[in-house]
Design a protein around this ligand. Structure first.
Ligand code: MG
Length: 214
């Protein structure tokens, strides 16, 4: 696989999720980043950070960029995609609420070690409809989130256009494309499974609290 280079994350990209967190529907994509060191491959045991109370799952479709490009037209955007997977944008919700209230950056809530579990990528080709990828998130076998990329406020091609007008996209860039409604808490002993008929099925188990950095 292409070596991961950067992780772009899109916030508030599904209306029902915007509503559940009582946020405003954004006029343009909300973008933040996680360091590549946050990635946790499928099957890796996850440890919760040693701070914060409310660790939550956000299941997301993830796009892998395979070709360099800037100011990419939406019509050409799919030709820049090398692969598609599913991932988790793990979030310390209580920490995020405090940071949001103070207008502070989100790294403490979103960019801790192992905050970006990632499944395996399937190669992208034009037979894949970017605007109809369904996926689910189960915790201990119970359905928590069910989403379809057709419900995105800003579709994947629009996100590629938007990001490429601000950064030169490079092979290995990942885009976590936002989460549907149903985000919820994770505790030690939970098994989290992401599933998509198209992409596959990936699981992680939550162990206890990490003593310091994970
Ligand atoms: Mg997210």
């Amino acid at each position: 696989m292409i070596e991961p280079r950067r992780i772009f994350c899109i916030g508030r990209n599904y209306r029902e999720h915007v509503r559940e967190l009582e946020n405003e529907t954004p006029a343009e994509p909300v973008v933040f980043m996680k360091p590549v060191a946050c990635l946790a491959r499928k099957g890796q045991t996850l440890r919760r950070p040693p701070y914060g109370e409310d660790l939550q799952h956000e299941a997301e479709a993830v796009v892998l960029i395979g070709k360099e490009g800037a100011a990419i037209d939406e019509a050409a955007a799919s030709s820049y995609i090398a692969g598609i997977s599913l991932g988790l944008d793990l979030t310390l919700r209580d920490v995020q609420k405090q940071l949001k209230a103070k207008g502070l950056p989100w790294e403490l809530a979103k960019a801790f070690d192992q905050s970006a579990p990632i499944g395996q990528f399937i190669p992208f080709d034009d037979s894949i409809d970017l605007e109809n990828i369904s996926f689910k998130c189960f915790v201990n076998g119970r359905l928590r989130q069910e989403g379809n990329t057709k419900d995105m406020i800003f579709p994947i091609k629009t996100l590629i256009r938007f990001l490429s007008l601000r950064w030169r996209l490079m092979p290995g860039d990942l885009i976590y494309t936002g989460t549907p409604a149903g985000v919820g808490p994770l505790v030690s002993g939970n098994k989290i499974t992401l599933e998509s008929d198209l992409i596959g099925r990936f699981s992680w188990e939550m162990a206890g609290v990490a003593p310091g950095g994970i």
